[in-house]
Design a protein around this ligand. Structure first.
Ligand code: SF4
Length: 421
């Protein structure tokens, strides 16, 4: 989902962050209220005049069935259909999940006769690289992928000192219609298949194996965040199937740690409860961005369906079911949601649900002069953090990554779609 700043890194808090401020202008600042609004486009609305929410994926041509879309039993059954022994499926699986290849020329353990056809049938191409952007210092690569039907999605590969994080997409477009979001503007094109989700990781692992991310501390992606295009919990089954493949040990899966996989949502409450029941201890992140319904109804349209308190109750239930501390994502937007009283209200709502179950990540937006979607002043951001910390809520101010190659996930694809039309 969450298309505010894709991924984040810890920003050193200013030395003054824990000091109370008592500026003369604070009362005036506390009352300023910029309301969310779209800039340069109009939200589609439903019959009641509310922003349209699309939960169902439009029916479009399905992507080819890929090995990653099949269970181990289905893969073996497919071999049988083709008159091949079941272990051929295991060989193909190892090539794809452990060696990150779909190239028959590299699969010399398969008989040469019929190899190309077998690979084409089981590992059909799903993603074509349409464009790639790399930051000047080489620590971030943004991939724009074209799918079989021309839809565009993106993933962002980021190098940190001790980990390599990939931000992936779960849908082409998005039906949640958030007014700040480039991805949401065109609505939902379609859900990605499990294979299309997994292939983003396999392709990134391949790029790492080829040395394309400079000075990478790891040979493969260690962390996944579902913060590219789409609302992951609106494509629930395929996202969960993909998470299961990610956490299955190699060579049958990608062998990743569940706690290094972050599933985020704008607050699809029934799906959060369902996720808790899966008992896969992924990190769960709720993109809250406002603690009061009045603002959040406008900022995150799905709030008209499930309110702040319901989303927080579901987040707390996730913690209780899994023991995993929940992340609250909070993009700080100047004079819109960055008021001290909102920090206090957020702390109150979190604390009334218990202690030690949640961590807040405020993320200042990129400065965008003249836009209502612009960064909070640094002292306001510090004050917001200070109030949460003083109230006993663990809080870390984050910074965005990849500013020079578009601040938010979704923007690159939107820019390309516009320039292609
Ligand atoms: S419109 Fe979709 S992708 Fe964009 S912020 Fe909202 S949920 Fe995330």
């Amino acid at each position: 989902m969450p298309d505010f700043p894709p991924i984040t890194e810890v920003r050193e808090p200013s030395a003054a962050v824990l000091r109370d401020r008592d500026e003369a202008e604070r009362p005036e600042r506390e009352q300023r209220q910029v309301r969310p609004r779209t800039e340069g486009w109009q939200q589609k609305t439903d019959a009641t005049g509310r922003p349209l929410l699309q939960f169902a994926s439009p029916k479009r041509g399905k992507p080819p069935v890929h090995l990653a879309d099949l269970s181990a039993e289905e893969r073996a059954a497919k071999m049988k259909e083709l008159g091949l022994p079941a272990f051929r499926a295991k060989q193909l699986t190892a090539h794809y999940f452990s060696h990150y290849t779909s190239d028959p020329a590299e699969m010399t353990d398969l008989p040469a006769a019929g190899r190309e056809e077998l690979v084409a049938g089981m590992l059909p191409p799903l993603l074509t690289e349409a464009r790639r952007l790399t930051t000047d210092n080489g620590d971030t690569i943004k991939f724009l992928w074209r799918l079989h039907d021309g839809a565009l999605v993106e993933s962002v590969l980021m190098r940190y000192p001790e980990r390599v994080t990939l931000c992936i997409s779960s849908q082409a477009g998005c039906g949640m219609n958030c007014p700040f979001c480039a991805t949401g503007q065109a609505g939902l094109t379609r859900n990605l298949s499990t294979g299309e989700i997994i292939d983003q990781i396999v392709r990134a692992n391949r790029a790492l194996a080829n040395g394309e991310l400079k000075n990478s501390p790891k040979e493969r992606v260690t962390n996944i965040v579902f913060m590219g295009m789409g609302e992951p919990l609106a494509n629930y089954k395929r996202v969960i199937d993909a998470v299961r493949i990610m956490t299955t040990p190699q060579p049958a899966g990608l062998g990743m740690s569940a706690r290094h996989i972050t599933v985020s949502t704008v607050g699809l409450v029934p799906a959060i409860h369902k996720l808790a029941e899966e008992k896969i201890p992924v990190t769960f992140a709720l993109s809250l961005h406002a603690p009061d319904d009045q603002l959040r109804d406008e900022l995150i349209p799905v709030n008209s369906r499930w309110k702040v308190d319901e989303a927080l109750d579901a987040a707390r239930a996730y913690f209780e079911a899994t023991g995993r501390r929940v992340s609250i994502e909070y993009a700080l937007i100047k004079d819109m949601n960055d008021h001290g009283w909102r920090a206090d209200l957020l702390a109150e709502k979190l604390n009334e649900r218990g202690r030690g179950w949640v961590h807040v990540n405020p993320i200042p937006l990129n400065p965008t002069p003249g836009s209502v979607w612009t960064a909070s002043d640094p002292d306001v951001a510090d004050e917001f953090v200070r109030r949460l910390i003083v109230a006993g809520v663990p809080t870390t101010l984050r910074d965005t990554r990849g500013k020079e190659i578009d601040g938010a996930c979704g923007q690159l694809a939107a820019a390309d779609a516009v320039s292609a039309s």
